[in-house]
Each structure stands twice: as structure tokens, then as C-alpha cells.
Design a protein. Structure first.
Length: 341
């Protein structure tokens, strides 16, 4: 028995010994956790990211993706990557808002209701993005590699559209993050915090009668099966971050870090190029499935702004000096011709 074990150990060590003798460094593997399926169109960027890294490094770096929450659920991924239990995770930006107030900027009601504002503020060199990334690195121990859009918020419901706070009153509304939960509470509804994958079941078993989510969930989660109305609320923009544990990052060589950064930038540019087409396709699907699509009137938006104004006040108090910096940068964008139409 001891002889057999010795032989097995010898065989297992031979590749590493051979590589060392030939002066070849064994491939380094980065592990990624993802709550969604890789079949999801918005998850395809991770495959592109993986392929780019492995190809550009000639196999010296490998990326192993665990999708469908094989290792960690969407709510567990943030802690797992911060602790170093996993190298890379896909994390909703809003998940950081509880501990890092700056990360809640994009959850503020109706600040980012225009696509040009979202596009400009999420550019790699913009002060808003850079400030948020610095805060996340400092306080969560993870480094954002790239940002991924998930669309403006919509309210999915059955029956009448939820166009104003009066229509929200008393409703049980599924929400995928605390920012949405605060909005629902302040505007008369009853939030039920659920992870994105749980939304379908929550609506199907009528635990909630409505859902606040990104429009892409309609197709991705097949929510068109359990709702019949889409209210285009667009009170905030849902964003995901692909983040790497800082210790994992520092363990890489300078060349490897450059290679990963360049791959991340290429993938991110690709995402934003075709994202709007994907969003348009989702609204087309809603129409094909017979769902009613409801726009807000200026009066509706005014009513929503009034009931949710306390959220912005709380953000400014909690975020302090960093919050002022972010709002100053936002104010400059809002006044810029690129973003005020």
C-alpha cells in the first residue's frame, strides 16, 4: 500500500518537476464565481474575458468560471471575493452601498434617468467612476476590473401599471437590492428583498404582486410568464462590477496585471456597444408576449421624486465629503451638452 501511494505521489509531481526542469512556469488559475448562467447573454462577456486572458498569456494564465451559483450565491459573492475565498466575482454595485455609501450614487432616484449620463459617468477616466472604485478598493479589498450595465429599473406587475406612488400604495414589491427597497418603502409599497434568481418564484407564488428590477430580467428570468405590465420607471441604473481580490491581484506579475486590464477594457467596450440592442430586443419580446408597456408622465415623475427625496438626503449625510465630490462631478455632467437632453 505504501509503495502504491509513493508511486501515485511521484506520478502526480512529475508534470511540475518536468516544467521546472524545462524552465516553464506552471499556469496560474483565477477562479470566478457567477450567480447567473453562462447562457445568459450578459454573461457572455465573461467567456470573452476568459478567452482573451488565456490567449494573450499563451496559456500562462487560466480562468475557471463557476456559474449558476455553484460556489456562491449572488449575495455571497461579495464577501467571498473580499475574503479571498474566490479570486474574481460578479457583484451588483448596489450590494456595496450598505458599507460604502459612495457605491449608492447610482441608486439615487432619477439622477441617472438619461442614458448619456450613465455612459459618461461610467467611463474609465471619469471622476465618478474613479472615486467609487477607489472607495471599494479601500474598504472592501477588491479591485474593479470592469463595469457591466443591466439597464434602468422597471416595475413589472399584473393588472394596472404602477405609474405613481398612489398605485404603489400597499403593494408587495420584490426588490433585488436595498436601494430599491428604500425607494419602495418611502413611496408607499412593501418591499420584499429577494435575489434576482428568486424573482420568478416570488411572483409565481404571489409572495409579491410586483417586481422592481432591470428590464433584461424580463427575458433572462422569463418574468413575462408571471407579469403582464411593464412600467418604465427608470429611477436608477442597475450596474454590475467584475472585481478581483486585491491580494490575488498583487500576486500577479506586472505584465499579467497589464494583460488582464487590457482584456477587461476591451470586453467592457464590447458590452456597452451591444447592450442597448439587447435592451431594445427585450422590449420587443415584451410586446410579442402581449405585455403592456407604460411610460411615465412628467407629473408621475414629479410625484416619485417627492416621495423619494429623503433617500438623496440620507445619501449625502452618509457619504459625507465623498458624497459632495460625487455630486459636484454629477452636477458638471448634468450641465454638459452631452448629458442634459
Amino acid at each position: 500500500m505504501r509503495l502504491l501511494l509513493s508511486i501515485l505521489v511521484l506520478l502526480a509531481s512529475q508534470p511540475a518537476v518536468l516544467a521546472a526542469e524545462q524552465g516553464v512556469t506552471p499556469a496560474k488559475t483565477l477562479r470566478v464565481t457567477l450567480a447567473n448562467s453562462l447562457k445568459n447573454p450578459l454573461s457572455q462577456n465573461l467567456i470573452d474575458f476568459k478567452n482573451a486572458i488565456e490567449e494573450d498569456s499563451s496559456g500562462a494564465l487560466r480562468v475557471e468560471i463557476f456559474d449558476n451559483a455553484q460556489l456562491y450565491s449572488e449575495t455571497q459573492g461579495r464577501a467571498a471575493v473580499s475574503s479571498g475565498a474566490i479570486d474574481i466575482a460578479v457583484v451588483p454595485l448596489g450590494d456595496y452601498a450598505g458599507d460604502i455609501p459612495a457605491a449608492g450614487l447610482f441608486q439615487q432616484p432619477f439622477l441617472f434617468d438619461l442614458k448619456p449620463l450613465v455612459l459618461a459617468s461610467t467611463k474609465r477616466d471619469h471622476p465618478i467612476r474613479k472615486t467609487i472604485e477607489q472607495e471599494i478598493l479601500k474598504k472592501a479589498g477588491v479591485r474593479p476590473l470592469y463595469w457591466q450595465p443591466y439597464g434602468g429599473t422597471v416595475l413589472l406587475s399584473n393588472g394596472a401599471p404602477v405609474t405613481n406612488p398612489s398605485a404603489m400604495a400597499g403593494r408587495n414589491v420584490a426588490a433585488i437590492d436595498s436601494g430599491m427597497g428604500n425607494f419602495i418603502t418611502n413611496c408607499g409599497g412593501k418591499p420584499r428583498l429577494v435575489s434576482a434568481p428568486e424573482t420568478f418564484k416570488t411572483l409565481a407564488d404571489k409572495t409579491a404582486d410586483s417586481s422592481m428590477t432591470g428590464i433584461l430580467s424580463l427575458k433572462e428570468r422569463e418574468l413575462w410568464r408571471v407579469t403582464n405590465t411593464v412600467t418604465k420607471l427608470r429611477y436608477s441604473e442597475i450596474l454590475f462590477l467584475i472585481v478581483i481580490n486585491e491580494k490575488s491581484w498583487q500576486a500577479l506579475t506586472e505584465d499579467q496585471r497589464t494583460l488582464i486590464s487590457e482584456a477587461a477594457e476591451r470586453v467592457e467596450q464590447s458590452i456597452w456597444r451591444w447592450y442597448f440592442l439587447l435592451e431594445a430586443d427585450t422590449y420587443q419580446l415584451a410586446q410579442e408576449k402581449g405585455l403592456k408597456i407604460q411610460e411615465l408622465t412628467p407629473d408621475d415623475i414629479s410625484d416619485w421624486r417627492i416621495c423619494s427625496s429623503v433617500i438623496v438626503e440620507s445619501f449625502m449625510t452618509d457619504a459625507g465629503e465623498i458624497g459632495e465630490q460625487l455630486m459636484n462631478a454629477y452636477g458638471k455632467l448634468r450641465a454638459d451638452p452631452c448629458c442634459n437632453r
